[in-house]
Design a protein around this ligand. Structure first.
Ligand SMILES: Nc1ncnc2c1ncn2[C@@H]1O[C@H](COP(=O)(O)OP(=O)(O)OP(=O)(O)O)[C@@H](O)[C@H]1O
Ligand SMILES: [Mg+2]
Length: 398
């Protein structure tokens, strides 16, 4: 298994280091029952969003419990902030969202956060202040007097997330953070995770919802049967270097035939495919609900507001909103220029000279931005939208 320190972003402070980690659950007679984690190595660095992926029962939650010091490893070594996970001060720097909510069902959401704030010895003023910001952030501001036992599954997830952030942790560990959330909640949680990482917080999350992981994680490990079967940045893991995709505005039949003739002249093997990109279901759903939401009241969760101010870090809290926005609007990767994408041509990879030649006759006339149809099919990681949403989440608060 390659160690994670062979990955490109290996210049930040190491927050979590795991070597040869093994957990074997034993039965009453001390006989091995399940080898949940088996010789796992990885490192997570400051500011990274690190994903633990794998099918059910592959060892994700067990790894998380080992990182939190809730379970003892059978073998291997774990360091969190340079200490054992059981070190008390280390624990105070971690926020944890468990797979199942462990909430006192008769407390309301305000009291729940107050209870957890007390565990971290926050004074009353801080507890109140943070609870208010967090409830607003996770969209439960209007339901704060209702007992959490009455909450829907997604609402319980939201209060769980707020509880995980009450201590302003440096390391946030989220076990299936989007389980049970509606698509709006999912998008908001994903945006929140990105916002936290941009503030230098380190996030480890587990999920088997691949689209969630794809949208937020810098680096992932994929578990199967307790072992890591693949690890690396998503860019490296998902790249298909032997094919190429060109997206253009709709072309006339005549132009398309000319383009295809040039491509076919050059390519003797492999398929050349032409199709129309489609909007993905998440963005379509969000569009529909956003329109409906404008008019209607709901007894469920509201759409979450901006990231709680105290989570934004000392310097940014006091500086102008612009500084925050500027930081947030830096895309993770260069975004493609705004053109009107309507036709996609996927080909086996052609060399750059041929491509440049191809671009001449078929060069698209840039369309005005407002007429561009919404599409995400051409951008597997739609960071432009994420940044836009982050800006609106964070922009308003001074
Ligand atoms: N307390 C326990 N006692 C015995 N076996 C356990 C215990 N906790 C987990 N296991 C076993 O360890 C293996 C890994 O479980 P784990 O909960 O880590 O999986 P997971 O990847 O989080 O799965 P899921 O996606 O379903 O949450 C499973 O075979 C599970 O049955
Ligand atoms: Mg699990």
């Amino acid at each position: 298994m390659p160690a994670a320190d062979s990955t490109p972003q290996s210049n930040g402070e190491v927050v979590v280091s795991v070597r040869g980690l093994t957990k074997v659950f034993k039965d009453f007679w001390n006989r091995p029952k399940a080898r949940a984690v088996d010789g796992v190595d990885f490192e997570v660095r400051k500011g990274e969003i690190f994903g633990l992926l794998g099918p059910n029962g592959s060892g994700k939650s067990t790894t998380i419990k080992l990182l939190l010091g809730l379970l003892n490893p059978t073998k291997g070594h774990i360091e969190v902030f340079g200490h054992s996970p059981r070190h008390v001060q280390t624990k105070s720097r971690i926020g944890y969202l468990p797979e199942e909510s462990y909430l006192y069902r008769y407390l309301n959401s305000r009291e729940t956060l107050d209870f957890f704030g007390n565990l971290f010895h926050l004074d009353k003023k801080d507890r109140d202040n943070r609870a208010e910001q967090l409830l607003d952030m996770v969209g439960l501001g209007k339901t704060q007097t209702r007992a959490v036992g009455e909450f829907s599954k997604g609402m319980q997830r939201r209060i769980g997330l707020a509880q995980a952030l009450i201590n302003d942790p440096d390391l946030v560990i989220l076990d299936e953070p989007t389980a049970g959330l509606d698509p709006i909640g999912c998008r908001e949680v994903k945006d929140l995770i990105i916002a936290l990482a941009k503030r230098g917080k380190t996030v480890i999350l587990s999920s088997h919802l691949l689209s969630d992981v794809e949208d937020v994680c810098d680096r992932v490990v994929i578990y199967y049967g307790g072992k890591i079967r693949a690890d690396g940045t998503l860019k490296d893991l998902l790249a298909t270097p032997d094919t190429l995709r060109i997206t253009t505005p709709v072309l006339s039949r005549e132009t398309l035939e000319k383009v295809l003739a040039i491509i076919r002249h050059d390519i003797t093997t492999g398929e050349v495919r032409v199709d129309n990109p489609t909007q993905n279901l998440e963005s379509y759903f969000l569009d529909v609900v956003n329109k409906a939401r404008a008019a209607n009241e709901t007894s469920g969760a509201q759409s979450g507001a901006r990231v709680a101010e105290y989570l934004r870090g000392g310097a940014e809290t006091k500086s102008s909103g612009e500084k925050v926005l500027e930081k947030l609007s830096l895309p993770k990767t260069a975004l493609p220029a705004a053109v009107k994408p309507a036709t996609e041509i996927a080909t086996p990879k052609a060399d750059e000279g041929k491509l440049a030649a191809l671009a001449q006759p078929a060069a698209p006339t840039p369309q005005p931005e407002k007429s561009a149809p919404k599409t995400e099919a051409v951008k597997p990681m739609d960071l432009s939208k994420a940044d836009e949403r982050l800006s609106s989440l964070l922009g308003g608060k001074k």
